[in-house]
Design a protein around this ligand. Structure first.
Ligand SMILES: Nc1ncnc2c1ncn2[C@@H]1O[C@H](COP(=O)(O)OP(=O)(O)OP(=O)(O)O)[C@@H](O)[C@H]1O
Ligand SMILES: [Mg+2]
Length: 243
């Protein structure tokens, strides 16, 4: 895929205003050697586009945030608490948002949670590990063929517990839409909106996350919200002991 084709997709989806900043970010990442070339769009969503790309001959994933009013409102709501010092213009907020997703990927990766490994961030663009095979990107949990639901659920529960008790973060958009299944294991994605545990709405968001995931797994196994909530919050002592 050529730079020209990327430009066309971006133009269609985000209009004239933001596109220059995007091209500038991509240009920087390419000249620093993080991105060699683009392969194909994996997803063109509400908040941004994700592409498969190459760093030399290795696959990578490139997430490009764009601005739409609805998403933007959502973003600024979270940012006011988490990043009080960001100048309030669109460009700066979206840059800070992308940087926040990149930092969250680092925190989760360091805490031992399986996420795409973060590689680089520039402006509104994030470069990370590509999750999938040569043939196709890993499917969402929603679309994956699930053989051992209990095993996957237990792993997800463990990740939620580490997230809350060790990384001290709540995902805040947790569901079968933001978990990939790769080599029969869950990989957590889309971590831009995560909030710190000290955020006044953190507990409410954790409850919503738990509700979503329990609802999904109820189709396969006997799970329960209250139990998962207790398990997630109860990790405190265990994690303190082991670290
Ligand atoms: N590292 C990755 N490797 C492979 N595929 C990925 C990767 N990151 C994201 N994807 C794919 O791109 C899609 C969109 O990514 P993500 O959930 O981070 O963005 P989003 O902002 O939520 O987009 P949407 O508006 O579509 O929900 C995912 O559903 C997933 O299929
Ligand atoms: Mg998503």
């Amino acid at each position: 895929m050529s730079f020209k084709e990327i430009e066309e997709i971006l133009k269609k989806t985000e209009g004239e205003v933001f596109e220059k900043a995007t091209l500038n970010s991509l240009w920087k990442l390419m000249s620093k050697g993080y991105i060699t070339s683009f392969d194909f769009p994996i997803s063109t969503g509400k908040e941004g586009n994700v592409f498969r790309a190459f760093q030399k001959d290795k696959f990578i994933a490139v997430k490009i945030y764009r601005i739409t009013t609805s998403t933007f409102r959502n973003i600024s709501k979270y940012l006011i608490y988490d990043m009080p010092n960001v100048r309030r213009d669109k460009r700066n907020i979206i840059f800070a948002w992308a940087q926040k997703e990149f930092n969250n990927l680092k925190k989760l990766h360091n805490a031992g949670i399986r996420v795409p490994k973060p590689i680089a961030a520039e402006g509104n663009v994030i470069v990370m590990e590509y999750i999938g095979s040569r043939r196709a990107p890993a499917p969402l949990l929603k679309n994956a063929a699930i053989k051992d639901a209990k095993k996957i659920f237990d792993k997800i529960a463990k990740y939620l517990r580490i997230m809350y008790c060790k990384a001290k973060l709540v995902h805040a958009d947790f569901s079968e839409y933001n978990i990939l299944i790769y080599r029969i294991q869950p990989v957590i994605i889309d971590v831009g909106q995560m909030v710190g545990r000290d955020n006044p709405i953190a507990i409410e968001l954790l409850q919503r996350d738990i509700k979503n995931i329990v609802k999904f797994f109820k189709k396969f196994i006997n799970v329960n919200e209250k139990k998962l909530f207790e398990y997630v919050k109860g990790g405190e002592n265990e994690i303190r002991k082991s670290s």
